[in-house]
Design a protein around this ligand. Structure first.
Ligand SMILES: Cc1ncc(COP(=O)(O)O)c(C=O)c1O
Length: 362
């Protein structure tokens, strides 16, 4: 006999309705339905799909807030009214004033990182001191629309170096990665899907492959009416002889990518939720498939957890011409609320080549 529930929420039609909502909404509903006493532990368990660190990185914030104080000093240096209005940072002499500010605040939290960052940019990138500090002061104050709007000049240089270190294990490929700053990795995904479609690189109904487990939006977005991609799922279901998950992929499944009808491959690497990076063997296999079978395979790799794997090497390092990499500062810096991420694309890439081959009309 079926057990009858007294909870009107758990009816058949309710369950049906649940099928239509997103995993994040479902998770919130389940937490709300849970008994008060278990809500806290339910929250811990049910939130497993989206990684929100329960720590923050302190030093970058200390440096950021100290830079904010310098920015305000600069605004007041221009002019300051008792009504609470000040000017905007002026470039002439700004680096000298910054150096004096650092001296005065030598012991302040964050001063050391700011000083090291400043020296790094001067030594490694021969940055013009006034141009650099003016960019920093204006951007921390936020008094101008950002120009270039793709990403600020010095921000791009320093993030390129960071990605070379963290995503390429300090062995980046030759050439430069162009970066595009986005409002978090989630916005990066939306821009990527839209941009690929707007540029006729992925059209409605096209075949794509998804390596799963994957961050859930990658499952949901392709199903949207405007995309309706034909999705091949490549599942990390390799097991050990004694029946344990390795969270790696079988060769025969990876070989599905040889089919040139598969235009794009979406990967979360390391995966979410299992947090395993692609094995060296699978990476090599994908490299060979791109070289020999499917040279125009567009690879979109979401590597936001890469910093947690020692010597992590993204597909952006291995297959730079084919890969669009999403990197977010949300996880490693405990900064999910700040919405900061980048999309990286190598200057020499298949996307530009394919766009150049579009028809006149397209
Ligand atoms: C694989 C993956 N990519 C992206 C995100 C979202 O990152 P962001 O906070 O930058 O939007 C998450 C969040 O859990 C994630 O797990």
């Amino acid at each position: 006999m079926k057990k009858k529930t007294n909870n009107p929420a758990i009816t058949k039609s309710y369950a049906k309705k649940m099928e239509t909502i997103s995993p994040f909404e479902l998770k919130n509903k389940l937490i709300n339905m849970a008994d008060e006493s278990i809500k806290k532990i339910a929250h811990t368990m049910l939130n497993a799909g989206r990684g929100n660190p329960n720590w923050i990185a302190t030093e970058p914030r200390e440096a950021f807030f100290l830079l904010g104080q310098f920015g305000l000093c600069e605004c007041r240096h221009a002019f300051s009214l008792k009504e609470g209005i000040a000017g905007i940072p002026q470039k002439a002499g700004i680096a000298a004033r910054f150096e004096a500010f650092l001296k005065e605040n030598e012991k302040a939290p964050g001063a050391n990182l700011l000083k090291e960052g400043y020296n790094y940019m001067l030594m490694e990138h021969a940055a013009d001191p006034d141009t650099l500090i003016h960019e920093w002061a204006e951007s921390v104050i936020g008094d101008q629309y950002p120009v270039p709007d793709r990403i600020l000049h010095f921000t791009e240089l320093i993030v390129q170096d960071y990605l070379a270190q963290e995503m390429c294990d300090r062995r980046p490929p030759k050439g430069t990665f162009d970066l595009f700053a986005t409002e978090g990795g989630t916005a990066a995904m939306c821009y990527l899907f839209d941009s690929l479609q707007e540029n006729f690189l992925l059209n409605q109904g096209d075949a794509i492959a998804l390596m799963i487990p994957v961050f859930t939006p990658y499952i949901e977005i392709p199903e949207l009416r405007r995309y309706q991609f034909d999705v091949t799922e490549i599942s990390a279901d390799q097991m050990t002889p004694d029946g344990l998950h390795t969270w790696q992929y079988k060769d025969e499944d990876i070989d599905k990518l040889k089919d040139p009808r598969i235009k794009a491959l979406f990967i979360t690497n390391p995966s979410n939720p299992p947090s395993y990076a692609l094995s060296r063997e699978t990476t090599e296999r994908i490299i060979n498939i791109v070289k020999n079978d499917n040279p125009n395979l567009m690879i979109i790799t979401d590597d936001v957890y890469g910093t947690f794997i020692p010597h992590f090497r993204s597909l952006m390092a291995e297959l730079p011409h084919n890969t669009l990499c999403v990197y977010s500062f949300s996880k490693y810096f405990g900064a999910t609320g700040w919405r900061t991420a980048v999309i990286a694309l190598h200057e020499d890439n298949i996307y530009d080549k394919m766009i150049a081959r579009l028809s006149e009309e397209q």
